[in-house]
Design a protein around this ligand. Structure first.
Ligand code: AMP
Length: 419
């Protein structure tokens, strides 16, 4: 019986892994300029972390968590997102005793038990940043500009950044009450899920796909109409930063985002793909989360980008069509079994000089080796026979032009590194 990968997971193999390397190396390079430090947390945590951190009225906690008991009867959950884990690690290691703000980034797999479809997986990868310790609205601006810089640096087109303010614990309850008052009149027309949302978190009704619910909520009061002065001023300054750094955005007064912990700035980004899986990244401020998770009262902000969706978008936009070669690939062929050791030594020498070099490990005849060199797209072939070894000069054949020139090993290295 052939065993297949679990539903909703995918393997990244062959040429696809190159796409991931391109994206990941760009991310790491950019993070250096902004002086953010990588953090690696475990892929599983105590379930309690997400119950408290992600919020128990969210879809994630409601139905999407991979939760199980381990052999010690502890409730464990595969992380559905990165923020709660980063905050947990920050608190656990006393990050608040260090100089603030703490600026983290992470890349890794996340797990959500949702119905798989294009762009939606049960194991997927996120790149994210989290900054803890600053309430300054210009930080929100920096984080947004950084996110857009990532997409721009990868060459992604048709970007649409939507931002909103979802208020704070001062103004949101006021808005919630107003919204509830309005919704009460339409309660019976809401879908069963939204009737639960009405009780627990009526703002989430904006996320409902049901047309009637959308119509009702769209005619209701907006959080932006009820922001307190502090939130209003904060939002103005975030927009100011974006204007100063030429970041395009639109204000979407109806965006609340899926997670409960957001305060003030919330945002989401799409890049031209239609449908429910169109979001390639999103995030926001979470000023109450660090305290909620047992830490001091410190503010935080972050975002996460879905890397599968970035890959999909870049494929659709043709951004992987002409990946330039950065190094020569050389195949070293041996004419007969007598020349294998010489081939091994030459390959070893080439690799030590940062040249991609391969030789036969399938005991192929010379003709078969040439065929293989073609298949793996070798730029050059060096064929070693008894004469080459005796004379210590080697024929370097350019596989595109067919031109062949004899060189000593030193000259070979010089020529091959000259790309
Ligand atoms: P969220 O943590 O829900 O704000 O998601 C942040 C980003 O992760 C989204 O914009 C998506 O690009 C990506 N994402 C979320 N859930 C999935 C999933 N199930 N499969 C693939 N990507 C996802």
């Amino acid at each position: 019986m052939v065993i297949k990968g679990p539903k909703g997971t995918h393997d990244i193999i062959s040429n696809d892994i190159k796409k991931w390397h391109i994206i990941e190396s760009k991310l790491v390079e950019l993070m250096e300029f902004y002086d953010y430090c990588e953090i690696r947390t475990p892929i599983f945590e105590s379930t309690e972390l997400f119950l408290r951190g992600v919020g128990d009225t969210t879809d994630i906690v409601d139905k999407e968590m991979y939760t199980f008991l381990d052999k010690g009867n502890r409730s464990i959950t595969l992380r559905p997102e990165g923020t709660a884990s980063v905050v947990r690690a920050f608190i656990e290691h006393g990050g608040f005793n260090e100089v603030l703000p703490s600026k983290f980034y992470y890349i890794g797999p996340m797990f959500r038990y949702s119905r798989p479809q294009t762009g939606r997986y049960r194991q997927f990868h996120q790149f994210g940043v989290e900054v803890i310790g600053s309430i300054n609205p210009y930080l929100d601006g920096e984080v947004l500009e950084l996110m857009m810089n990532i997409f721009n640096s990868l060459g992604i087109k048709n970007l649409n950044l939507e931002i909103n303010s979802v208020g704070c614990p001062k103004c949101r309850p006021v808005h919630k009450e107003e919204l509830k008052k309005y919704l009460k009149k339409n309660y019976n027309e809401l879908c069963p899920t939204c009737q639960v949302r009405y009780e627990k978190n009526p703002l989430r009704i904006f996320d409902c796909k049901n047309e009637k619910c959308q119509e009702i909520i769209n005619n209701g009061p907006l959080i932006t109409d009820n922001l307190c002065e502090e939130c209003n001023e904060h939002f103005t300054n975030v927009k100011n930063y974006l204007d100063m750094t030429n970041v395009d955005y639109t204000i979407n007064k109806k965006m609340v985002r899926g997670l409960d912990y957001y305060t003030k700035t919330a945002f989401e980004i799409t890049a031209g793909r239609e449908g429910a899986q169109s979001s390639i990244g999103g995030g926001g401020r979470y000023d109450g989360l660090i305290e909620e998770l047992g830490g001091p009262s410190l503010p935080g902000i972050g975002f996460a980008i879905g890397l599968e969706r970035v890959v999909l978008t870049m494929e659709e936009q043709g951004l992987f069509d002409n990946i330039p070669k950065t190094k020569n690939k050389v195949y070293v062929a041996n004419v007969s079994d007598n020349n294998i050791d010489a081939a091994v030594k030459l390959v070893h020498e080439l690799r030590n000089n940062e040249i991609i070099a391969i030789n036969d490990i399938m005991s192929r005849k010379l003709k078969g080796q040439f065929k293989y060199a073609n298949k793996i797209d070798a730029d050059y072939v060096i064929t070693i026979g008894d004469d080459e070894i005796a004379n210590n000069t080697y024929p370097l054949k350019n596989m595109i032009t067919g031109e062949q020139v004899y060189y000593s090993i030193d000259e070979l290295i010089k020529n091959l590194r000259g790309v």
